[in-house]
Design a protein around this ligand. Structure first.
Ligand code: EPZ
Length: 433
């Protein structure tokens, strides 16, 4: 049954919220976990849809997958009997292509259906292919599948023409079991790149420099078992930081790494929010209307594209004109029409959004166009006058664990209901009115 959020806006968020494990780190780590024939235990797994789909894909090729509890999984790749990942999985979650690098590294052969994923623009994979070929693999695209094969993988010097999270992780995995020392220049530096590298190292890989401009990987013969806990989710944390400021609330966001949040903290401070850092937490509060600013999305440590819709949403209620430039994905403004239906004044020209802040948004019937845009619409609804419904929340559930539950615990009036469950919708309206 299709579900939707129903939200009554106007309450400042207050209290404490705990951030889950990083989805985009977990996707790389789960794929890498199949590269050992020994058992790997992964903790602090976020319980979100994308993770559950990738675990199904991993089980589908024969790996042992034991979901110990919602946030812990044990994986053993010894029993893998197929090196081919079906379209069924790739169609649901683009990151199943990490199994290409993982299987190629371990078995020197892999095939994966060409990826789909969130529709946020054209998403080529030429840099992944360039990397595999540099390591000596033959890569062909046939019948909708990418097939990569090698007699042996031999280390090489690889320069990425585009900074790509996916290509960096895929190449790192394959190179971890190649012969010799691979150098990746111009790699992505996101926190989840470092986390995947740390995880591979915990399995016996020899990867240095993840998070810097050059990654050096000395190939090892095999990887062993490990126990590993995933880092906190930078984007989930950032989303709650913006929600706290946008609702003019006061929230302590716990279990995050403040260093990962610097680009977001800086922008929130610039528009007038208070941001207080602790060892593993950040407190965000605001008491007046936000100001205006300029934002350009960039690879880490720049401002993340995955926070662009949430930030544009708070700026839509800001005092003055803000300019947002999206440099990573060209189609990441699909939520703008929805915000305009709530009364926002935003004009998109190419990759630039010109936002004339309005004093108030008003509730409307909305549809989530993708994961982060869906979260941004929730933030808008929490601030708006009256009621908002948001459907297509399956996108939001791809990457936010118990989003409505965490918001409820901060005092928000939000509920997840079946789309045609008029009774529950009425009950909610009565309760919060
Ligand atoms: C990752 O996607 C994330 N997904 C995305 O998060 C995130 O938006 C993105 O990185 C940027 O930070 C996962 O980690 C699973 P890229 P990815 O390869 O790896 C171009 C979310 O909301 N490019 O870094 O697919 C590409 O077109 C999601 O959680 C090439 O030209 O992104 C884009 O412009 C959505 N050739 C840029 O590089 C390639 O071979 C960055 O893409 C690969 C990428």
């Amino acid at each position: 049954m299709e579900q939707q959020y129903i939200i009554k806006g106007g309450k400042p968020l207050a209290g404490e919220v705990t951030i889950s494990g990083a989805k985009n780190a977990a996707l790389g780590i789960l794929a890498a976990a199949i590269m050992s024939d020994e058992t790997v235990t992964i903790e602090n797994l976020p319980n979100v849809r994308d993770i559950n789909v990738l675990l199904q894909a991993i089980a589908d090729i024969g790996a042992y997958v034991d979901r110990v509890d919602a946030h812990t999984v044990k994986i053993n790749g010894k029993s893998i009997h197929s090196l081919s990942i079906n379209y069924e999985f790739i169609n649901k979650i683009r990151a199943s292509y990490y199994l290409l690098g993982a299987l190629l590294g371990k078995y020197k052969s892999a095939q994966v259906a060409l990826p789909g994923g969130c529709d946020i623009g054209s998403r080529p994979i030429d840099q992944h292919i360039k990397g595999f070929e540099a390591l000596g693999a033959k890569v062909v695209i046939e019948h909708g599948m990418i097939k990569a094969q090698a007699k042996e993988l031999i280390a090489n010097h690889i320069y990425l023409d585009v900074v790509s999270v996916g290509a960096t992780i895929n190449i790192m995995m394959a190179a971890a079991l190649a012969q010799g020392k691979t150098i990746i220049e111009n790699p992505a530096k996101e926190p989840h790149i470092v986390d995947v590298a740390n995880f591979l190292n915990s399995m016996g890989a020899n990867i240095k420099g993840a998070g810097t401009d050059v990654i050096r990987i000395r190939g090892v013969e095999k990887l062993h078992g490990s126990e590993y806990s995933i880092i906190p989710d930078q984007i989930e944390a950032g989303t709650f930081m913006v929600a706290a400021a946008a609702t003019r609330g006061d929230v302590l966001i716990k279990n995050l790494i403040p260093k990962h949040m610097e680009a977001i903290s800086a922008k929130l401070i610039e528009i007038g929010a208070q941001v207080e850092e602790f060892d593993e937490a950040i407190r965000v509060s605001a008491s007046s209307r936000p100001g205006h600013t300029r934002i350009k999305t960039q690879p880490y440590p720049g401002f993340p594209t995955d926070m662009q819709p949430q930030m544009a949403t708070i700026l839509a209620m800001g005092n003055g004109t803000s300019i947002v430039t999206e440099n990573i994905f060209e189609n990441r403004y699909k939520y703008v029409d929805e915000l305009v239906r709530m009364g926002a004044s935003i004009k998109v020209e190419g990759n630039v959004a010109i936002i004339n802040g309005v004093e108030r948004l008003s509730g409307a019937a909305l549809s989530a166009p993708d994961l982060r845009a869906g979260a941004a619409l929730v933030i808008a609804a929490l601030c708006a006058d009256g009621f908002t419904t948001i459907d297509q929340i399956k996108y939001v559930e791809r990457g936010y664990e118990d989003f409505e539950g965490k918001l409820q615990s901060l005092g928000a009036d939000i509920e997840k209901v079946d789309v045609d469950d008029e009774k529950s919708i009425q009950k909610f309206r009565l309760r919060v009115s």
